[in-house]
Design a protein around this ligand. Structure first.
Ligand code: AMP
Length: 452
């Protein structure tokens, strides 16, 4: 593998990369940087965690190190789907451009227009923006995009999910035809393919294999959940979440709880706090200052549980957490790998526990299909497969929280098609339950919690 020093980057940039502690480029950096330095368009099919941010920031800084910014006419533009991602790209610029005098502005919602206007008026080398805010500035006549030499679209697939594609098209049309484009997406949906065919010119395609395998260090499990009382499903599900957190006890030093819906992120976080678990929500509808504050306290270890939506958490560079709880099965199977990848980083052990409701079963089999592996079902009692079949008075309590283990036949039925006849897989599919935790399950403190 090459070293950074083999890439034809400005020595001041190489020094900053070295100071950041990196010697060797990651595969996407190795391929994308030389192409971008040669002035070519790049289509990077890669996701967060591959080092893709530096794969576009480094060549951009190299290009910008020559020349000067003009008032209201940024020389380069990076579009990101969320404010946090934009802020993260801005941090990358600060790190890698620290030995050069480059100016930047961050155009994201939640920051006053006035502050941003002052910077743009002066002239900036890099403009990092979310699409909506950029268009707002443009429509107010404060900004001209005709000086953009390089444009980056980061996490295009998320832009598509968030309905930003028409904005992206509009922004492309406002920049010069001669610009260089660096375009990144984790997947190539037909709509994204169309955009790249329209706006990229003979791009160098760099594809980093989709990460369909989770780290070996992550202990995964799933709890099949069926409420005892249908009308109390949401509260029983939250109760189950608290119970699962309790089971992990001290091992759970910090955790991210993922929910599919923003409303559930709020409700879950409030409910955890109500029961004395220290939690805070993060999702796209929350005020920027609050999101930054929450993330900081989570990073600093002051906050134990972050309750998040996928969009808000995507791409965030959060240090490793001990646990990931999937309150819902993600709608897109790839998100499962992203979510649980927050734990078990850098060779450390991690635990990923998921709750699967009846309505999640289809999504769940998509996840197993993607992983080509069955996720071990949590077995709550010693050898019992269905909670509600248990006679013992104490053990009966687990049916109160609606955890059911699928029957063996049902297990077989739900197994991903492509692994149904895989002998090797059958052998390795050991059900690792929480048997060792059974005593705490029966403890008084938990039964107290049940009456809520
Ligand atoms: P990204 O995919 O851009 O979100 O980067 C994921 C993480 O990899 C970030 O924490 C980066 O600081 C880190 N990183 C970027 N480039 C390298 C590299 N060449 N070697 C090791 N880590 C890197």
């Amino acid at each position: 593998m090459e070293l950074f020093s083999d890439l034809k980057l400005n020595p001041k940039i190489l020094k900053a990369v070295k100071d950041a502690g990196y010697d060797k480029p990651t595969p996407i950096q190795e391929k994308a940087i030389p192409a971008a330095l040669a002035g070519k368009d790049v289509l990077g099919i890669a996701q967060t965690g591959t080092g893709k941010t530096a794969s576009f920031t480094l060549p951009m800084i190299n290009l910008l190190s020559r020349g000067r910014a003009r008032a209201r006419m940024p020389r380069s533009l990076v579009l990101c789907p969320t404010r946090e991602l934009a802020a993260q790209v801005a941090e990358n610029f600060d790190i890698y451009a620290k030995n050069l005098k480059l100016s930047k502005a961050l155009l994201i919602g939640g920051v006053s227009f006035k502050e941003q206007d002052v910077l743009i008026d002066k002239g900036v080398d890099v403009l990092i923006a979310t699409p909506g805010r950029l268009i707002d500035h443009f429509e107010r006549g404060k900004l001209l995009l005709t000086g953009v030499q390089v444009m980056v679209v980061d996490e295009a697939d998320r832009m598509l999910d968030m309905g930003f594609i028409p904005d992206i098209e509009r922004i492309f049309k406002l920049t010069p035809f001669t610009r260089q484009t660096l375009f990144f997406s984790a997947t190539m949906a037909p709509e994204i393919e169309r955009i790249t065919n329209t706006f990229l010119s003979a791009p160098v395609r760099v594809e980093i294999a989709r990460q369909a395998t989770a780290s070996e260090n992550i202990k995964q499990s799933v709890v099949m959940f069926a409420p005892k009382q249908k009308d109390r499903e949401p509260s029983e599900k939250r109760q189950l979440l608290r119970y699962l957190i309790d089971l992990e006890g001290k091992n759970c030093t910090n955790a991210i709880v993922f929910c599919n819906r923003k409303t559930d992120v709020d409700i879950c976080s409030k409910s955890l706090n109500k029961y004395g678990y220290q939690a805070a929500p993060i999702h796209g509808d929350l005020d920027q200052a609050k999101r930054t504050e929450t993330l900081e306290s989570f990073r600093d270890g002051d906050l134990r549980i972050l309750v998040a939506s996928d969009v808000a958490a995507r791409g965030l560079d959060i240090p490793s957490v001990s646990h990931v709880f999937n309150f819902d099965v993600p709608i897109q199977a790839e998100d499962y790998v992203h979510r649980i990848g927050r734990t078990g980083r850098a060779g450390r052990d991690g635990t990923a526990i998921m709750i699967c409701s009846k309505k999640d079963r289809k999504n769940f089999s998509n996840v197993e299909e993607l992983l080509q592996k069955e996720i071990p079902r949590t077995n709550f009692a010693d050898g019992t497969s269905r909670c509600d079949e248990v006679e013992n008075e104490n053990l009966k309590r687990k049916s109160d929280i609606g955890c059911t283990e699928e029957s063996t036949t049902e297990n077989k039925k739900n197994k991903p098609k492509s692994i149904k006849n895989n002998k090797k897989y059958e052998k390795s599919n050991k059900i690792v339950g929480l048997g060792e935790h059974t005593p705490s399950f029966l403890s008084q403190s938990f039964s107290d919690r049940l009456v809520s």
